[in-house]
Design a protein around this ligand. Structure first.
Ligand code: C2E
Ligand code: MG
Ligand code: MG
Ligand code: MG
Length: 292
C-alpha cells in the first residue's frame, strides 16, 4: 500500500519491522503524554544490602510505566526507543527528579542511604547533564554523594571525549558513579582507566552461572579482586538464593542485590524497610546521624 508522509508518496514495506517502528512511534507519542502526567511513570526501588551486617548499602531506582491502555510496561519494553528519540533528555530529567524526591523523603526520616539511578549511555552525550543534575540536587536538597549514577559500559562505544568530560564533571560535583552489568560490555577494563568510578556491579548473568560454571565463578572472583585493588565497592546483582549469597560472601563480595533480599518495591514502602534494616543491623554499623 502507499503511505503519505509529508506530502511525498512513500512505498511502505509491509514487514514486521515496519509495524514495529510504527508502534514505536506511537509509544513515543504516548511517552510525551506520560512525561506530562504525574502518575504513569513510576519508580520501584530495590535495596542492596551488606552481606555481613545486613544493613542497606544503597537503593536502586527502576522505572515502570503504568500505561493507560497497554498495562504495566518494564524498561525492556520502551527504553531503547526512548534512547533513540529526542525525548531522552526529558525522560532522564523525569527519572532523576522522581528518584531524588524519594531520596529526600527518606533523608527527612533520618535515613542516610544513597540512591542509584540508571542512566542511558546516550544521555551522557549531553553536556548540559551535569548542570541539570546539580540543579535537581539543589532543588531536592540531596547531597551530591547520596546520588549514584549507574552507567553501562556501552558508553565506551561512542563519543569518548564528551562522555569523559560529563562523567568527570559529575564526579567533581561529588556524584558517585557505578559501572552497571560489569563484565558484559565492551572495553570495560579500559573504561576504568579513563573515568574514576566508585562501584562495580557484577552482572546477574555471572551470579546465575557461578555455581555451574568455573569460568563465571572466576569472573566474579576477579571482579571482586579488581574492585578491592582499585578501592571500589562491589555489588553483586540478581542474587536469588541463599547458596548464591554464601558463595558471594566466600568470594569476598561485600554487598548484593536481588530477589533473595528484596524485590523492587513501591516508593511508599521503602522508608519503612530501610528503617527496619537499620534498626536490626548489628552495632558495627555506625549511627547515621549524630543527632538522630
Ligand atoms: P539493571 O540496572 O541491571 O537492573 C537490574 C534489573 O534486574 C532490574 O530489571 C531488576 O528488577 C532486575 N532484578 C533485580 N534482582 C533480580 C533477581 O534477583 N532476579 C532477576 N531475575 N532479576 C532481578 P528491570 O527493572 O526490568 O530493569 C532492566 C534494565 O533496564 C536495568 O538493568 C537498567 O539497565 C534499565 N533501567 C531500569 N530503569 C531505568 C531508568 O530509569 N533509566 C534507564 N535509562 N534505564 C533503566
Ligand atoms: Mg542498574
Ligand atoms: Mg545491572
Ligand atoms: Mg544486569
Amino acid at each position: 500500500y502507499q503511505a503519505k508522509s509529508g506530502g511525498v508518496s512513500v512505498a511502505a514495506y509491509d514487514t514486521a519491522s515496519d509495524a514495529a517502528s510504527t508502534d514505536q512511534l506511537a509509544l513515543l507519542a504516548e511517552l510525551r503524554e506520560a512525561l506530562q502526567s504525574d502518575d504513569q511513570l513510576v519508580l520501584v526501588l530495590q535495596p542492596a544490602v551488606d552481606l555481613v551486617t545486613g544493613a542497606p548499602t544503597g537503593v536502586e531506582a527502576l522505572i515502570r510505566w503504568r500505561h493507560p491502555r497497554r498495562g504495566w510496561l518494564g524498561p525492556a519494553d520502551f527504553i531503547r526507543p526512548v534512547e533513540n528519540s529526542e525525548q531522552l533528555g526529558a525522560f532522564t530529567r523525569y527519572v532523576l527528579d522522581k528518584a531524588l524526591a524519594v531520596a529526600a523523603d527518606w533523608a527527612r526520616e533520618g535515613l542516610d542511604v544513597p540512591i542509584s539511578v540508571n542512566l542511558s549511555a546516550r544521555s551522557l552525550l549531553d553536556p548540559r547533564l551535569p548542570a541539570e543534575i546539580a540543579e535537581a540536587l539543589r532543588r531536592h536538597q540531596v547531597p551530591a554523594d547520596r546520588l549514584v549514577l549507574e552507567i553501562t559500559e556501552t558508553v565506551v562505544m561512542s563519543d569518548l571525549e564528551v562522555i569523559d568530560q560529563v562523567l568527570t564533571t559529575l564526579r567533581s560535583m561529588g556524584v558517585q558513579l557505578a559501572v552497571d552489568d560489569f563484565g558484559t560490555g565492551f572495553s570495560s577494563l579500559a573504561f576504568l582507566t579513563r573515568v574514576t568510578v566508585d562501584e562495580l556491579k557484577v552482572d546477574r548473568s555471572f551470579v546465575l552461572q557461578m555455581a555451574d560454571s568455573p569460568q563465571a565463578a572466576a569472573i566474579v572472583r576477579s571482579t571482586v579482586g579488581l574492585a578491592h585493588q582499585l578501592g571500589l565497592r562491589v555489588v553483586a546483582e540478581g542474587v536469588e538464593t541463599a547458596a548464591q549469597r554464601s558463595a558471594l560472601a566466600e568470594l569476598g563480595c561485600t554487598a548484593a542485590q536481588g530477589y533473595h533480599f528484596f524485590k523492587p518495591m513501591p516508593a511508599d514502602k521503602i522508608a519503612a524497610v530501610l528503617g527496619s534494616l537499620r534498626d536490626s543491623a548489628p552495632t558495627n554499623v555506625l549511627p547515621l546521624r549524630a543527632d538522630g
